[in-house]
Ligand binder design. Structure first.
Ligand SMILES: [Ca+2]
Ligand SMILES: [Ca+2]
Ligand SMILES: [Ca+2]
Ligand SMILES: [Ca+2]
Length: 494
Protein backbone atom coordinates (compact mmCIF):
# COMPACT_ATOMS: atom_id res chain seq x y z
CA UNK A 1 0.00 0.00 0.00
CA UNK A 2 2.81 2.27 0.99
CA UNK A 3 4.61 1.15 -2.03
CA UNK A 4 1.74 1.90 -4.24
CA UNK A 5 1.43 5.24 -2.75
CA UNK A 6 5.10 5.89 -2.96
CA UNK A 7 5.09 4.54 -6.47
CA UNK A 8 2.23 6.61 -7.38
CA UNK A 9 3.88 9.64 -5.89
CA UNK A 10 7.16 8.84 -7.46
CA UNK A 11 5.39 8.38 -10.80
CA UNK A 12 4.11 11.82 -10.84
CA UNK A 13 4.56 13.38 -7.45
CA UNK A 14 4.14 16.98 -8.35
CA UNK A 15 1.15 16.57 -10.65
CA UNK A 16 -0.72 14.29 -8.20
CA UNK A 17 -0.24 16.69 -5.35
CA UNK A 18 -1.26 19.70 -7.42
CA UNK A 19 -4.39 17.85 -8.74
CA UNK A 20 -5.54 16.87 -5.27
CA UNK A 21 -4.96 20.26 -3.83
CA UNK A 22 -6.48 21.94 -6.87
CA UNK A 23 -9.58 19.73 -6.71
CA UNK A 24 -9.93 20.31 -2.97
CA UNK A 25 -9.49 23.98 -3.53
CA UNK A 26 -12.12 24.03 -6.24
CA UNK A 27 -14.53 21.99 -4.09
CA UNK A 28 -13.87 24.25 -1.14
CA UNK A 29 -14.36 27.24 -3.31
CA UNK A 30 -17.57 25.80 -4.70
CA UNK A 31 -18.85 24.88 -1.27
CA UNK A 32 -17.94 28.31 0.03
CA UNK A 33 -19.62 29.97 -2.92
CA UNK A 34 -22.71 27.80 -2.57
CA UNK A 35 -22.79 28.35 1.16
CA UNK A 36 -22.33 32.05 0.70
CA UNK A 37 -25.04 32.09 -1.94
CA UNK A 38 -27.32 30.06 0.30
CA UNK A 39 -26.55 32.33 3.20
CA UNK A 40 -27.41 35.29 1.01
CA UNK A 41 -30.63 33.64 -0.11
CA UNK A 42 -31.53 32.76 3.46
CA UNK A 43 -30.65 36.22 4.63
CA UNK A 44 -32.68 37.76 1.86
CA UNK A 45 -35.60 35.47 2.52
CA UNK A 46 -35.40 36.21 6.20
CA UNK A 47 -35.27 39.90 5.36
CA UNK A 48 -38.25 39.58 3.03
CA UNK A 49 -40.11 37.64 5.66
CA UNK A 50 -39.19 40.16 8.33
CA UNK A 51 -40.24 43.00 6.02
CA UNK A 52 -43.42 41.19 5.09
CA UNK A 53 -44.36 40.57 8.70
CA UNK A 54 -43.40 44.15 9.62
CA UNK A 55 -45.53 45.45 6.76
CA UNK A 56 -48.33 43.16 7.77
CA UNK A 57 -48.10 44.42 11.33
CA UNK A 58 -48.05 48.03 10.12
CA UNK A 59 -51.06 47.44 7.91
CA UNK A 60 -52.95 45.74 10.72
CA UNK A 61 -52.05 48.67 12.97
CA UNK A 62 -53.32 51.14 10.36
CA UNK A 63 -56.57 49.24 10.08
CA UNK A 64 -57.15 49.39 13.82
CA UNK A 65 -56.35 53.10 13.76
CA UNK A 66 -58.96 53.58 11.02
CA UNK A 67 -61.57 51.71 13.03
CA UNK A 68 -60.59 53.71 16.10
CA UNK A 69 -60.94 56.93 14.11
CA UNK A 70 -64.48 55.96 13.17
CA UNK A 71 -65.33 55.46 16.84
CA UNK A 72 -63.69 58.79 17.72
CA UNK A 73 -65.83 60.60 15.13
CA UNK A 74 -68.97 58.87 16.35
CA UNK A 75 -68.14 59.88 19.89
CA UNK A 76 -67.49 63.52 18.94
CA UNK A 77 -70.78 63.77 17.07
CA UNK A 78 -72.73 61.97 19.81
CA UNK A 79 -71.47 64.60 22.25
CA UNK A 80 -72.66 67.44 20.00
CA UNK A 81 -76.05 65.81 19.54
CA UNK A 82 -76.35 65.34 23.30
CA UNK A 83 -76.09 69.14 23.62
CA UNK A 84 -79.20 69.45 21.44
CA UNK A 85 -77.25 70.83 18.49
CA UNK A 86 -77.21 69.67 14.91
CA UNK A 87 -73.97 67.94 14.06
CA UNK A 88 -71.69 70.18 12.04
CA UNK A 89 -69.02 69.19 9.61
CA UNK A 90 -66.40 71.21 11.44
CA UNK A 91 -66.86 69.54 14.79
CA UNK A 92 -64.20 66.92 14.33
CA UNK A 93 -60.53 67.75 13.91
CA UNK A 94 -59.73 66.11 10.62
CA UNK A 95 -56.00 66.51 9.98
CA UNK A 96 -53.10 64.33 11.13
CA UNK A 97 -54.80 63.33 14.37
CA UNK A 98 -52.65 61.07 16.55
CA UNK A 99 -54.32 57.81 17.52
CA UNK A 100 -52.45 54.90 19.09
CA UNK A 101 -48.97 55.07 17.63
CA UNK A 102 -50.20 56.36 14.28
CA UNK A 103 -52.21 59.12 12.65
CA UNK A 104 -55.47 59.58 10.84
CA UNK A 105 -57.02 62.07 8.47
CA UNK A 106 -60.61 62.60 7.36
CA UNK A 107 -60.59 63.62 3.73
CA UNK A 108 -63.18 64.99 1.34
CA UNK A 109 -63.21 66.89 -1.95
CA UNK A 110 -62.25 70.54 -1.53
CA UNK A 111 -65.00 71.75 -3.96
CA UNK A 112 -63.33 75.15 -4.33
CA UNK A 113 -59.98 73.88 -5.61
CA UNK A 114 -59.69 70.62 -7.56
CA UNK A 115 -55.95 70.40 -6.89
CA UNK A 116 -56.39 70.36 -3.11
CA UNK A 117 -57.59 67.69 -0.77
CA UNK A 118 -60.23 68.91 1.66
CA UNK A 119 -60.43 67.70 5.23
CA UNK A 120 -63.48 66.95 7.32
CA UNK A 121 -66.78 65.18 7.02
CA UNK A 122 -68.89 65.20 3.91
CA UNK A 123 -72.58 65.99 4.34
CA UNK A 124 -74.76 63.56 2.42
CA UNK A 125 -77.41 66.31 2.26
CA UNK A 126 -75.22 68.05 -0.30
CA UNK A 127 -75.90 65.23 -2.75
CA UNK A 128 -78.90 64.07 -4.71
CA UNK A 129 -80.77 61.19 -3.12
CA UNK A 130 -81.20 58.45 -5.75
CA UNK A 131 -84.25 57.04 -4.05
CA UNK A 132 -86.01 60.40 -3.94
CA UNK A 133 -84.40 61.69 -7.11
CA UNK A 134 -87.24 62.34 -9.46
CA UNK A 135 -90.09 62.02 -7.04
CA UNK A 136 -91.09 58.69 -8.52
CA UNK A 137 -92.06 57.25 -5.17
CA UNK A 138 -95.82 57.63 -4.95
CA UNK A 139 -95.60 56.70 -1.26
CA UNK A 140 -93.44 59.74 -0.63
CA UNK A 141 -95.10 62.70 -2.32
CA UNK A 142 -92.92 65.20 -0.43
CA UNK A 143 -89.73 63.95 -2.04
CA UNK A 144 -87.98 66.51 -4.21
CA UNK A 145 -88.49 66.34 -7.94
CA UNK A 146 -85.26 67.49 -9.42
CA UNK A 147 -84.08 68.24 -12.91
CA UNK A 148 -81.39 65.58 -13.22
CA UNK A 149 -80.54 66.55 -16.76
CA UNK A 150 -78.55 69.45 -15.33
CA UNK A 151 -75.98 66.91 -14.12
CA UNK A 152 -72.88 66.38 -16.27
CA UNK A 153 -73.04 63.05 -18.09
CA UNK A 154 -76.78 62.64 -17.57
CA UNK A 155 -79.17 62.27 -20.49
CA UNK A 156 -82.84 61.36 -20.75
CA UNK A 157 -82.25 57.67 -21.49
CA UNK A 158 -79.88 57.29 -18.57
CA UNK A 159 -82.18 59.14 -16.19
CA UNK A 160 -85.06 56.90 -17.31
CA UNK A 161 -83.00 53.73 -16.76
CA UNK A 162 -81.98 54.95 -13.29
CA UNK A 163 -85.65 55.49 -12.45
CA UNK A 164 -86.78 52.13 -13.89
CA UNK A 165 -84.14 50.24 -11.88
CA UNK A 166 -85.69 51.58 -8.68
CA UNK A 167 -89.39 51.98 -9.36
CA UNK A 168 -91.56 49.11 -8.23
CA UNK A 169 -93.19 48.48 -11.60
CA UNK A 170 -92.29 46.97 -14.98
CA UNK A 171 -93.59 49.92 -17.01
CA UNK A 172 -90.76 51.28 -19.14
CA UNK A 173 -90.22 55.00 -18.59
CA UNK A 174 -89.69 56.49 -22.08
CA UNK A 175 -86.03 55.79 -22.92
CA UNK A 176 -85.59 53.51 -19.90
CA UNK A 177 -85.24 49.76 -19.33
CA UNK A 178 -87.09 47.18 -17.25
CA UNK A 179 -86.40 43.47 -16.62
CA UNK A 180 -86.72 42.40 -20.30
CA UNK A 181 -83.50 44.30 -21.05
CA UNK A 182 -81.50 42.94 -18.10
CA UNK A 183 -82.64 39.35 -18.65
CA UNK A 184 -81.56 39.47 -22.30
CA UNK A 185 -77.95 40.36 -21.52
CA UNK A 186 -75.07 37.87 -22.06
CA UNK A 187 -75.00 37.31 -18.32
CA UNK A 188 -78.64 37.93 -17.45
CA UNK A 189 -79.70 39.34 -14.12
CA UNK A 190 -82.88 40.56 -12.54
CA UNK A 191 -83.83 44.20 -12.27
CA UNK A 192 -84.11 45.39 -8.69
CA UNK A 193 -87.37 47.35 -8.66
CA UNK A 194 -86.52 48.43 -5.10
CA UNK A 195 -84.70 51.35 -3.49
CA UNK A 196 -81.00 51.82 -4.14
CA UNK A 197 -78.94 50.69 -1.16
CA UNK A 198 -75.58 52.00 -2.36
CA UNK A 199 -74.57 54.47 -5.04
CA UNK A 200 -72.18 51.85 -6.49
CA UNK A 201 -75.24 49.78 -7.36
CA UNK A 202 -75.67 52.14 -10.32
CA UNK A 203 -73.09 49.98 -12.15
CA UNK A 204 -75.89 47.47 -12.76
CA UNK A 205 -78.02 50.06 -14.53
CA UNK A 206 -78.06 50.20 -18.31
CA UNK A 207 -75.77 52.91 -19.64
CA UNK A 208 -73.83 53.58 -16.43
CA UNK A 209 -70.09 53.14 -16.98
CA UNK A 210 -67.13 53.33 -14.62
CA UNK A 211 -66.24 56.67 -16.21
CA UNK A 212 -69.68 58.05 -15.38
CA UNK A 213 -69.68 56.59 -11.88
CA UNK A 214 -66.18 57.63 -10.77
CA UNK A 215 -65.46 60.49 -13.17
CA UNK A 216 -61.76 61.27 -13.58
CA UNK A 217 -60.94 60.64 -9.94
CA UNK A 218 -59.39 57.19 -10.45
CA UNK A 219 -57.85 56.96 -6.97
CA UNK A 220 -60.96 58.37 -5.30
CA UNK A 221 -59.16 60.95 -3.19
CA UNK A 222 -61.31 63.85 -4.43
CA UNK A 223 -58.34 65.67 -5.93
CA UNK A 224 -57.06 66.13 -9.48
CA UNK A 225 -53.82 64.11 -9.50
CA UNK A 226 -51.23 64.38 -12.33
CA UNK A 227 -52.31 61.11 -14.01
CA UNK A 228 -55.92 62.33 -13.94
CA UNK A 229 -55.04 65.39 -15.97
CA UNK A 230 -52.72 64.08 -18.68
CA UNK A 231 -55.17 62.66 -21.22
CA UNK A 232 -54.47 59.05 -22.12
CA UNK A 233 -50.73 59.20 -21.27
CA UNK A 234 -51.44 57.49 -17.94
CA UNK A 235 -54.61 55.73 -16.81
CA UNK A 236 -57.31 56.93 -16.46
CA UNK A 237 -58.37 58.50 -19.70
CA UNK A 238 -59.18 62.10 -18.86
CA UNK A 239 -59.83 65.29 -20.78
CA UNK A 240 -56.68 67.09 -19.53
CA UNK A 241 -58.61 70.31 -18.99
CA UNK A 242 -57.15 71.14 -15.59
CA UNK A 243 -60.42 70.38 -13.81
CA UNK A 244 -61.60 67.23 -12.08
CA UNK A 245 -64.76 65.95 -13.71
CA UNK A 246 -66.50 64.24 -10.83
CA UNK A 247 -68.61 61.14 -11.21
CA UNK A 248 -72.07 60.16 -10.00
CA UNK A 249 -70.43 58.72 -6.86
CA UNK A 250 -69.77 62.29 -5.67
CA UNK A 251 -73.16 63.67 -6.71
CA UNK A 252 -75.55 60.98 -5.54
CA UNK A 253 -76.39 59.51 -2.18
CA UNK A 254 -78.86 56.99 -0.82
CA UNK A 255 -78.51 58.11 2.80
CA UNK A 256 -79.91 61.65 3.13
CA UNK A 257 -82.93 61.54 5.33
CA UNK A 258 -84.53 63.90 7.83
CA UNK A 259 -86.90 62.52 10.49
CA UNK A 260 -88.54 65.93 10.74
CA UNK A 261 -87.57 66.51 14.37
CA UNK A 262 -85.85 69.62 15.67
CA UNK A 263 -82.13 69.50 16.41
CA UNK A 264 -82.92 68.71 20.02
CA UNK A 265 -85.35 65.95 19.08
CA UNK A 266 -88.64 67.83 19.56
CA UNK A 267 -91.72 67.47 17.39
CA UNK A 268 -92.23 70.49 15.14
CA UNK A 269 -95.38 72.58 14.87
CA UNK A 270 -97.34 72.63 11.63
CA UNK A 271 -97.71 76.09 10.10
CA UNK A 272 -99.71 75.38 6.99
CA UNK A 273 -103.07 74.14 8.19
CA UNK A 274 -103.77 76.59 10.96
CA UNK A 275 -107.40 77.47 10.66
CA UNK A 276 -108.64 76.99 14.19
CA UNK A 277 -108.14 79.23 17.18
CA UNK A 278 -106.67 76.30 19.09
CA UNK A 279 -103.95 75.62 16.50
CA UNK A 280 -103.26 79.32 16.28
CA UNK A 281 -102.75 79.51 20.03
CA UNK A 282 -100.29 76.64 19.97
CA UNK A 283 -98.17 78.35 17.33
CA UNK A 284 -98.48 81.69 19.11
CA UNK A 285 -97.33 80.16 22.40
CA UNK A 286 -94.32 78.68 20.66
CA UNK A 287 -93.45 81.99 19.01
CA UNK A 288 -93.85 83.88 22.30
CA UNK A 289 -91.58 81.35 24.01
CA UNK A 290 -88.90 82.06 21.43
CA UNK A 291 -89.39 85.78 20.68
CA UNK A 292 -91.22 87.26 23.66
CA UNK A 293 -94.83 88.41 24.07
CA UNK A 294 -94.92 91.29 21.62
CA UNK A 295 -93.07 89.90 18.63
CA UNK A 296 -94.41 86.37 19.16
CA UNK A 297 -97.99 87.63 19.01
CA UNK A 298 -97.24 89.85 16.03
CA UNK A 299 -95.70 87.07 13.94
CA UNK A 300 -98.40 84.57 14.90
CA UNK A 301 -101.10 87.05 13.81
CA UNK A 302 -99.44 87.67 10.46
CA UNK A 303 -99.19 83.94 9.83
CA UNK A 304 -102.82 83.39 10.87
CA UNK A 305 -103.93 86.10 8.46
CA UNK A 306 -102.08 84.26 5.70
CA UNK A 307 -103.32 80.73 6.35
CA UNK A 308 -106.86 81.09 7.52
CA UNK A 309 -108.25 83.83 9.67
CA UNK A 310 -108.91 86.29 6.88
CA UNK A 311 -110.47 83.56 4.80
CA UNK A 312 -107.51 83.56 2.43
CA UNK A 313 -106.51 79.93 3.07
CA UNK A 314 -103.17 80.40 1.48
CA UNK A 315 -100.66 77.60 1.52
CA UNK A 316 -97.05 78.03 2.50
CA UNK A 317 -94.72 76.91 -0.27
CA UNK A 318 -92.00 76.28 2.30
CA UNK A 319 -91.13 77.14 5.88
CA UNK A 320 -88.94 79.85 4.39
CA UNK A 321 -92.12 81.58 3.25
CA UNK A 322 -93.08 81.86 6.91
CA UNK A 323 -90.01 84.08 7.22
CA UNK A 324 -91.13 86.42 4.43
CA UNK A 325 -94.87 86.39 5.24
CA UNK A 326 -94.32 87.23 8.91
CA UNK A 327 -91.53 89.67 8.12
CA UNK A 328 -89.34 88.08 10.77
CA UNK A 329 -85.74 89.25 11.10
CA UNK A 330 -82.86 86.89 10.34
CA UNK A 331 -82.15 86.55 14.05
CA UNK A 332 -85.81 85.82 14.84
CA UNK A 333 -86.07 83.21 12.11
CA UNK A 334 -82.95 81.57 13.49
CA UNK A 335 -84.82 81.06 16.77
CA UNK A 336 -87.98 79.59 15.23
CA UNK A 337 -87.12 77.81 11.97
CA UNK A 338 -86.13 74.56 13.66
CA UNK A 339 -89.42 74.35 15.55
CA UNK A 340 -91.80 74.57 12.60
CA UNK A 341 -92.75 72.41 9.65
CA UNK A 342 -94.93 73.12 6.68
CA UNK A 343 -97.35 70.20 6.66
CA UNK A 344 -98.58 67.63 9.12
CA UNK A 345 -97.30 64.78 6.98
CA UNK A 346 -93.96 66.44 6.44
CA UNK A 347 -92.33 64.39 9.15
CA UNK A 348 -90.07 62.23 7.13
CA UNK A 349 -88.19 63.98 4.41
CA UNK A 350 -85.91 62.15 2.08
CA UNK A 351 -83.43 63.85 -0.16
CA UNK A 352 -83.56 67.50 0.94
CA UNK A 353 -80.54 69.38 -0.37
CA UNK A 354 -78.21 70.94 2.20
CA UNK A 355 -77.58 74.35 0.62
CA UNK A 356 -74.47 74.93 2.70
CA UNK A 357 -72.64 71.98 1.21
CA UNK A 358 -74.15 71.08 -2.15
CA UNK A 359 -72.02 71.51 -5.28
CA UNK A 360 -72.99 73.84 -8.10
CA UNK A 361 -74.01 70.86 -10.25
CA UNK A 362 -76.34 69.58 -7.55
CA UNK A 363 -77.90 72.96 -6.75
CA UNK A 364 -78.63 73.54 -10.44
CA UNK A 365 -80.91 70.48 -10.45
CA UNK A 366 -83.32 72.02 -7.92
CA UNK A 367 -86.74 72.80 -9.41
CA UNK A 368 -86.89 76.36 -10.74
CA UNK A 369 -83.14 76.94 -10.43
CA UNK A 370 -80.42 76.99 -13.09
CA UNK A 371 -76.63 77.13 -13.08
CA UNK A 372 -76.64 80.91 -12.48
CA UNK A 373 -78.77 80.49 -9.35
CA UNK A 374 -76.52 77.68 -8.17
CA UNK A 375 -73.45 79.90 -8.47
CA UNK A 376 -75.28 82.71 -6.66
CA UNK A 377 -76.11 80.39 -3.76
CA UNK A 378 -72.51 79.24 -3.45
CA UNK A 379 -71.24 82.82 -3.54
CA UNK A 380 -73.94 83.97 -1.12
CA UNK A 381 -73.30 81.37 1.58
CA UNK A 382 -72.62 83.02 4.90
CA UNK A 383 -69.31 82.01 6.40
CA UNK A 384 -69.90 79.46 9.09
CA UNK A 385 -67.20 79.05 11.63
CA UNK A 386 -66.99 77.52 15.06
CA UNK A 387 -69.71 78.99 17.22
CA UNK A 388 -71.40 80.86 14.37
CA UNK A 389 -75.10 80.88 15.27
CA UNK A 390 -76.38 81.45 11.71
CA UNK A 391 -77.75 78.10 10.73
CA UNK A 392 -81.02 78.56 8.82
CA UNK A 393 -81.51 79.42 5.15
CA UNK A 394 -83.07 82.91 5.36
CA UNK A 395 -80.07 84.24 3.39
CA UNK A 396 -81.35 82.38 0.32
CA UNK A 397 -84.08 85.06 -0.01
CA UNK A 398 -81.40 87.71 -0.52
CA UNK A 399 -79.60 85.53 -3.05
CA UNK A 400 -82.51 84.33 -5.21
CA UNK A 401 -85.21 86.90 -4.55
CA UNK A 402 -88.33 86.14 -2.54
CA UNK A 403 -90.45 84.37 -5.14
CA UNK A 404 -87.83 81.96 -6.39
CA UNK A 405 -86.43 81.35 -2.92
CA UNK A 406 -89.67 80.38 -1.19
CA UNK A 407 -90.47 77.87 -3.96
CA UNK A 408 -87.03 76.26 -4.11
CA UNK A 409 -86.72 76.24 -0.31
CA UNK A 410 -89.17 73.36 -0.18
CA UNK A 411 -86.32 71.16 -1.40
CA UNK A 412 -83.66 72.75 0.76
CA UNK A 413 -82.36 72.22 4.24
CA UNK A 414 -79.77 73.90 6.41
CA UNK A 415 -78.39 70.67 7.79
CA UNK A 416 -76.94 67.34 6.79
CA UNK A 417 -77.74 64.56 9.20
CA UNK A 418 -75.78 61.82 7.49
CA UNK A 419 -72.07 62.10 6.86
CA UNK A 420 -69.44 60.36 4.83
CA UNK A 421 -66.36 59.81 6.95
CA UNK A 422 -63.46 59.05 4.62
CA UNK A 423 -60.70 57.85 6.90
CA UNK A 424 -57.02 57.66 5.98
CA UNK A 425 -55.02 55.91 8.70
CA UNK A 426 -51.23 55.60 8.80
CA UNK A 427 -49.21 53.33 11.08
CA UNK A 428 -46.68 54.90 13.43
CA UNK A 429 -43.73 53.79 11.29
CA UNK A 430 -45.34 55.19 8.13
CA UNK A 431 -45.25 51.81 6.39
CA UNK A 432 -48.85 50.64 6.56
CA UNK A 433 -52.00 52.57 5.69
CA UNK A 434 -55.69 51.90 5.53
CA UNK A 435 -58.58 53.75 3.98
CA UNK A 436 -62.16 53.26 5.08
CA UNK A 437 -65.06 55.19 3.65
CA UNK A 438 -67.97 55.06 6.05
CA UNK A 439 -71.39 56.67 6.28
CA UNK A 440 -72.78 57.54 9.68
CA UNK A 441 -76.30 58.63 10.50
CA UNK A 442 -76.69 61.41 13.09
CA UNK A 443 -80.45 61.89 12.77
CA UNK A 444 -81.97 63.35 15.91
CA UNK A 445 -84.07 60.93 17.88
CA UNK A 446 -87.00 61.87 20.08
CA UNK A 447 -85.94 63.77 23.17
CA UNK A 448 -84.51 61.53 25.86
CA UNK A 449 -83.73 58.65 23.51
CA UNK A 450 -80.08 59.48 22.92
CA UNK A 451 -78.20 57.12 20.66
CA UNK A 452 -74.72 56.89 19.27
CA UNK A 453 -74.70 57.80 15.56
CA UNK A 454 -75.18 54.58 13.63
CA UNK A 455 -72.79 53.33 10.98
CA UNK A 456 -74.71 52.75 7.79
CA UNK A 457 -71.95 51.74 5.43
CA UNK A 458 -68.25 50.84 5.42
CA UNK A 459 -66.12 50.31 2.34
CA UNK A 460 -62.40 49.56 2.34
CA UNK A 461 -60.69 51.79 -0.23
CA UNK A 462 -57.11 50.81 0.70
CA UNK A 463 -56.56 49.21 -2.72
CA UNK A 464 -57.02 52.64 -4.35
CA UNK A 465 -53.62 53.55 -2.92
CA UNK A 466 -52.24 56.19 -0.61
CA UNK A 467 -54.43 59.26 -1.26
CA UNK A 468 -52.30 62.05 0.26
CA UNK A 469 -48.89 63.34 -0.82
CA UNK A 470 -46.06 60.81 -0.68
CA UNK A 471 -44.13 63.36 1.36
CA UNK A 472 -46.48 62.76 4.28
CA UNK A 473 -45.44 59.15 4.60
CA UNK A 474 -41.77 60.01 4.13
CA UNK A 475 -41.99 62.54 6.95
CA UNK A 476 -43.71 60.07 9.26
CA UNK A 477 -41.02 57.48 8.50
CA UNK A 478 -38.43 60.13 9.34
CA UNK A 479 -40.14 60.64 12.71
CA UNK A 480 -41.98 63.96 12.18
CA UNK A 481 -44.56 64.89 14.83
CA UNK A 482 -48.29 65.07 14.04
CA UNK A 483 -48.09 68.88 14.27
CA UNK A 484 -45.30 68.94 11.70
CA UNK A 485 -47.27 66.59 9.44
CA UNK A 486 -50.40 68.75 9.70
CA UNK A 487 -48.50 71.82 8.50
CA UNK A 488 -47.68 70.06 5.22
CA UNK A 489 -51.13 70.92 3.99
CA UNK A 490 -51.12 74.57 4.94
CA UNK A 491 -54.43 76.15 5.85
CA UNK A 492 -57.10 73.70 6.83
CA UNK A 493 -60.22 73.66 4.76
CA UNK A 494 -62.90 72.07 6.87
CA1 LIG B 1 -89.04 49.24 -12.53
CA1 LIG C 1 -57.62 61.82 -7.63
CA1 LIG D 1 -54.75 60.20 -17.66
CA1 LIG E 1 -60.75 66.97 -16.43
Amino acid sequence: MNDTMVDHRSDNPKRGSADTRGAAYIVALLVTTVLAAMALVFAKEMRVKTDASANYTSQAEARWIALGALEAVRGDLAYVISLGEAPRLDQVRPEAQPLGDGLFWLIRPSYTDDTEIGFGLQGEGGKINLDALFGFDAQNPNAPRIDALELPGMDENLAAAIIDWQDRNERITPGGAESAYYLSRDIPYNIKNRDYETVGELMYVRGVTEDLLFGEDANRNGRLDPNEDDGSANAPDDNANGRLERGFIDQFTVYSFDPGLSDSGRERLTIDTIQSEQEHNRLQNFLISQLGEERGTELADRSYDFTGRAGQNQIYLSTLQFFTVTDATDDEFELIHDGIKRLDNEDELEGLIDVYHASEDVLATLPGLGPGDARAIINGRPERKHGDPVRNISWVVDVLGEEKAVRAARYMTHRSLQFTVDIVALSGDGRGFCRLRCVIDCSPVLEGEAELPSVRYVQDLTTYGWPLDEEVREQVRAGASPEEIATLFGEDTY
